[in-house]
Ligand binder design. Structure first.
Ligand SMILES: [Zn+2]
Ligand SMILES: [Zn+2]
Length: 236
């Protein structure tokens, strides 16, 4: 009798752990956005120490998920990229289910989905995707891998000028990781679908004042980098 091991002499890379999946997602998003992926930045984004990130990256290199280029810049391998896309798809579909079917508060979706995304089976996921009519974005407006063009026209608030109007469409993936920020946005109804007008940009103060659904809100410029709107001009 032939055992499984004998049938597969070329062993596949080990399955990605939840930690590895998290790293892969950040690297994928940076690559998509054209940002260089430095190992040191990865530690900050994930919220771990440099040595911890270093040890994980070492394992990821060993297992074929990433390669380290000059100046410690990380690059996804084809297998790493494919894995990241599948994790993001899982995450977004779970967020959609939690929001559209179960009505979970918008600011909590990311954390809840994050806990579930590593364990759900592909079969269940496909059923969910069907039930949700194959959504193109997550409830925060981020594009499903392969659907990037659908969001390409939306511009960041930081690139809008005083007096300009638009409709909020997207809060960047990596901002979803900050629960306080998401609660702040939800409390002020600064979510996809909200109408926004830029009132004033105070560069000296690193803030901008906007009107959202008729109420005045002051935003830090760093936050304004993560929020995207469809401007009135583009809607025509
Ligand atoms: Zn999320
Ligand atoms: Zn999301």
């Amino acid at each position: 009798m032939v055992t499984q091991g004998e049938l597969a002499p070329v062993r596949n890379h080990p399955p990605a752990t939840a930690t590895v999946e998290d790293y892969l997602v950040v690297l994928y998003v940076w690559e998509r956005d054209g940002r260089p992926a430095h190992a040191s930045l990865l530690a900050t984004q994930i919220g771990v120490s440099q040595p911890t990130a270093g040890a994980t990256i070492k394992r990821m290199v060993r297992d074929g998920w990433v390669i380290v280029e000059e100046h410690k810049v990380l690059r996804l391998t084809a297998q790493g990229r494919q894995k990241a896309r599948s994790v993001i798809r899982r995450h977004f579909i779970i967020e959609r289910l939690l929001r559209d079917i179960l009505g979970v508060p918008w600011s909590r979706l990311h954390q809840e989905a994050h806990a579930l995304e590593h364990v759900i089976s592909e079969e269940t996921l496909m059923l969910m995707e069907e039930k949700l009519h194959h959504p193109g974005t997550c409830p925060h407006g981020n594009p499903m891998p392969g659907n990037e063009m659908a969001v390409a026209q939306w511009i960041r608030l930081i690139d809008m000028k005083a007096g300009q109007q638009g409709v909020i469409r997207r809060i960047h993936e990596l901002a979803e990781d900050t629960p306080d920020l998401m609660s702040f946005l939800e409390q002020r109804a600064l979510m996809p679908g909200a109408t926004i007008t830029i009132l004033e940009v105070q560069t000296f103060n690193q803030t901008m004042t906007v009107i959202v659904n008729g109420a005045q809100v002051v935003l830090g410029l760093a936050m304004a980098q993560s929020i995207f709107a469809q401007t009135a001009l583009m809607e025509r």
